[in-house]
Design a protein around this ligand. Structure first.
Ligand SMILES: Cc1cc2nc3c(=O)[nH]c(=O)nc-3n(C[C@H](O)[C@H](O)[C@H](O)COP(=O)(O)O)c2cc1C
Length: 315
């Protein structure tokens, strides 16, 4: 077993795995580490979904555009999860509070800490690991395949297996860029220039800017992931303006929304001339009599209005 200092000095993500299972007893150690991780208020707002079904694993590998998912000895979907917590509370007669964004915040934190403890334990036992953000490429399809309930969404995947490669440690930004003291500080142009030089070894082209652009610039991977992610997380109940239940019903009617703005656009795209909101009510116009159609937060009333409104052919 590696000591932690050596592990962090040498570790690197692994993407080629030998077709071998973990050694007997090691899975137990990984899961123990995950469960011993700290969690907010000991609420354990995460679930590890261990994917053992061959077909399901292959499908997730395909949907995530990460073939190594299929070859690792173990693959987990690391889930942010307040579903179980809510069940616990309601089981004893409690009324679930309204804290959607805070729930997402702490559920992601719990999920990442549990996954990270599992990953570190795996690496200390000599296994290779690779986190998979690619599960966000088709989050809706993966959520559906895995039967995730409301209150649950994938944060990332995590591969663990016997390594079939030994990559050198990959570079990092200089310490002073990522560790600040007392007050967040501005970055000098020459520090930014130096960062591009420091990170060059992880690129094929020799230019880190090309990598950053591909992922994070306008038209990049992250921008493509955003709409389905917003919609998924909203339907899972984590958007403060959009109640999950009517959103799911609207989806069945062909209206998708991951933000209140998108819901309004959805209403207008149906042919309604205007959406009027005032505290506690929403109107879709034109419509006979202009009756208020719902009572609650704007997303709730607008969703209600859309559900109750006559179908757009009459407009
Ligand atoms: C949240 C997260 C998502 C990631 N997603 C992917 C992924 O989809 N596919 C992949 O091959 N590696 C993925 N990685 C691995 C990173 O690319 C890797 O950690 C990074 O390049 C640094 O390399 P190192 O871990 O070898 O130091 C991910 C890592 C994290 C933490």
């Amino acid at each position: 077993m590696k000591n932690l200092l050596e592990l962090y000095q040498t570790r690197a993500s692994v993407r080629r795995f030998k077709p071998e299972p973990l050694r007997p007893g090691d899975l137990e150690k990984l899961l123990l580490a995950a469960q011993r991780a700290p969690t907010d208020a000991t609420a354990q707002m995460y679930t590890l979904l261990r994917i053992t079904d061959r077909e399901l694993r292959d499908r997730i590998a395909q949907l995530s555009d990460n073939p190594h998912i299929a070859y690792a000895a173990e693959f987990f979907l690391v889930l942010a999860d307040v579903y179980r917590l809510r069940r616990m509370l309601e089981f004893r007669g409690g009324v679930w509070g309204y804290w959607p964004r805070t729930a997402a915040h702490f559920a992601i934190a719990d999920a990442v800490l549990a996954g990270s403890a599992l990953a570190t334990m795996a690496e200390s036992l000599g296994y290779g690991i690779c986190w998979i953000g690619g599960v966000l490429n088709h989050i809706e399809a993966i959520g559906e395949l895995c039967g995730l309930p409301e209150g649950v969404f994938p944060v990332a995947g995590l591969c663990v297996g016997v390594p079939d490669e030994a990559p050198a440690p990959r570079p990092r930004l200089r310490r002073e860029l990522v560790v600040h003291e007392n007050r967040y500080r501005a970055y000098r142009p020459e520090e930014l220039e130096a960062a591009y030089v420091d990170m060059r070894p992880i690129t094929r082209s020799g230019d880190w800017y090309r990598v950053l652009s591909r992922y994070f610039a306008a038209g990049g991977t992250m921008e493509r992931r955003e709409p389905p992610y917003q919609r998924y997380v909203a339907r899972a109940g984590f958007d403060p303006d959009l109640p999950a239940e009517p959103l799911k019903r609207l989806q069945a009617e062909g209206i998708e929304a991951g933000s209140l703005g998108e819901l309004i656009e959805g209403a207008l795209a149906q042919g309604w001339g205007a959406v009027r909101l005032q505290p506690g009510s929403a109107w879709l116009e034109p419509e006979p009599g202009g009756t208020p159609r719902g009572e609650d937060r704007p997303g709730e009333v607008l969703a209600q209005a859309l559900l109750k409104a006559p179908k757009p052919h009459g407009l």
